[in-house]
Write a protein that binds this ligand. Structure first.
Ligand code: 1GP
Length: 253
């Protein structure tokens, strides 16, 4: 099985080279708009595309992946909202276990159904502990998953959850305040979690400015995910990527 994506993500953490992922929701993206985002992402050396949404209601996933592939060779990682959001056209998949919640289906149930399909696929599987953190507004994910996010001020709960995920053998931790969150995750929580775990940390949800992206990376996020802000203003890609890539710190091992 291909291991290039994880090798590059973990090398990024080891070398302190921060990475940027642009989240593309195939439902929301207008195909006219996507070309502009792709051109800017290529120019700005965006590291990954995360492809997914909590609900994909149109059948645009394959078309979206094909369009990206025609334009650039930035790796495409599926960030599936449910087990139907699968496509062999991507390069990898975040195999998400919702470790902030206590919904057995999303901790292990759906995975049992999807595993045999993924075994046959060419996708690189990235086992990921997914942690929802309260971003000040109810999110589609917490509604659909019937789980409560971690309270924004509970750094210790986030630390212990991430550590348990690592000890269970998960390879990445993704802390998400949810798409369009009013309050992005605090630097204090990012820093506490990043210092507790040894595996790479992905952070997203409500990051709207290059300054915030920079602070998140400085605090210890290894990959910063930006979706909404770029959907609204594609020109932000350049500044966001420059801000994230300007942080270069070696993380303790
Ligand atoms: C959501 O972390 C992502 O799952 C990105 O959030 O759309 O708010 O940037 P935004």
């Amino acid at each position: 099985m291909n291991k290039d994506l994880y090798a590059s993500i973990s090398a990024g953490r080891a070398n302190g080279k921060k990475k940027m992922a642009v989240l593309i929701d195939p439902d929301k993206v207008r195909m006219s708009n996507i070309k502009e985002v792709l051109a800017l992402a290529k120019e700005s050396e965006v590291d990954f595309f995360f492809i997914g949404g909590s609900l994909i209601v149109n059948n645009m996933l394959d078309q979206c992946l094909e369009t990206i592939k025609e334009t650039c060779d930035i790796p495409m990682i599926l960030f599936p909202g449910n087990s139907f959001q699968l496509s062999y056209k991507a390069n990898g998949i975040l195999f998400l276990s919702l470790i902030s919640g206590r919904n057995a289906e999303l901790l292990i149930g759906k995975h049992v159904i999807t595993a045999p399909y993924l075994k046959m696929s060419p996708l690189e599987i990235l086992p990921t502990g997914y942690m929802l953190v309260d971003g000040g507004v109810p999110t589609t994910v917490s509604y659909v998953s019937n789980t409560q996010p971690i309270p924004a001020s509970k750094d210790d709960v986030a630390m212990c959850t991430a550590l348990a995920g690592q000890m269970l053998g998960l390879k990445l931790i993704y802390m998400d305040a949810g798409s369009g969150a009013k309050n992005p995750i605090s630097e204090s929580m990012i820093s506490a979690v990043s210092q507790t775990i040894d595996i790479p940390l992905i952070v997203g949800g409500g990051i709207r400015t290059p300054e915030k992206a920079y602070q998140n990376a400085k605090a210890g996020a290894d990959i910063i995910v930006v979706g909404n802000a770029i959907e609204k203003d594609p020109s932000l890609v350049k500044e966001m990527a420059a801000a994230i890539h300007s942080v270069n710190e070696t993380v303790k091992t």
